[in-house]
Design a protein around this ligand. Structure first.
Ligand code: NI
Length: 236
């Protein structure tokens, strides 16, 4: 019988993990391995294997897996356990429709409360996006730019949902941005949104955001229907 390669062998654990950090260390380690493709789509993660690997009990493993499921990085499948999620779920259009609702609301609440430092930080992310060529960095900077504009929304649960959605998109972009030719992720939109936020023009900033996200939906929908995306799906 031939030995299947163990997907967990790509994960390095440095020494014993203090119990109170176990959940966050496991979550962060698995998150980055899923994001950079070391743990590919469709791989099942067994709780006991992870507990052995990290040298912890199954409880923090279970909690970490639950967090990753909330971030749409894992799906819990009956009889298989936690399975690394596909890059884009079948309901991508519905996911985007929800994101537009949630992010619009977060922006609406946040804009009047943004401080000068928040706006300066947002401007720096736009500048960094201008010179960045690494696709995984571009995805990350895009997420951080958006979060900086939403950050003052007082509803923390809303912000958590918004961030989960952005994380999901970041993972997709990391693998597909180059092929999609979305380039700098519509930097003019980003600049216009920042400008409206600086002017405290809530309605304009929300309108610009909706336009920006709808443009993303269009590009992704067109890309997913393309022959290139179909062949990538098969090879992943
Ligand atoms: Ni964007």
């Amino acid at each position: 019988m031939t030995q299947k390669p163990n997907p967990l062998s790509s994960i390095k654990v440095n020494g014993p993990i203090p119990a109170h950090l176990a959940r966050s260390v496991i979550e962060e380690t698995l998150r980055s391995a899923i994001l950079d493709g070391r743990l590919p789509c469709g791989i099942a993660l067994r709780q006991q294997d992870l507990a052995d690997l990290f040298g912890v009990s199954r409880m923090p493993v279970r909690e970490a897996l639950r967090q990753l499921e909330a971030q749409a990085l894992l799906n819990v499948v009956a009889h298989k356990g936690a399975v690394v999620a596909p890059l884009i779920q079948g309901d991508a259009a519905e996911t985007y429709a929800l994101r537009i609702l949630l992010e619009s609301e977060a922006l609406r609440m946040s804009v009047p409360l943004l401080e000068i430092a928040d706006l300066e930080q947002a401007a720096r992310y736009i500048d960094e996006l201008e010179t960045e060529h690494d696709y995984s960095e571009i995805g990350r900077l895009n997420r951080l730019f958006h979060m900086s504009l939403y950050s003052k929304a007082p509803n923390k649960r809303l912000l958590k949902l918004v961030e989960d959605g952005l994380n999901e998109e970041e993972r997709f972009l990391r693998f597909n941005l180059e092929a999609m030719g979305l380039g700098k992720l519509s930097q003019e939109d980003h600049r216009a949104m920042l400008h409206a936020a600086q002017e405290r023009d809530v309605d304009s900033s929300v309108k610009l955001l909706v336009h920006h996200l709808n443009r993303g939906v269009e590009v992704i929908t067109r890309y997913l229907a393309s022959p290139e995306a179909q062949s990538r799906k098969l090879s992943k």
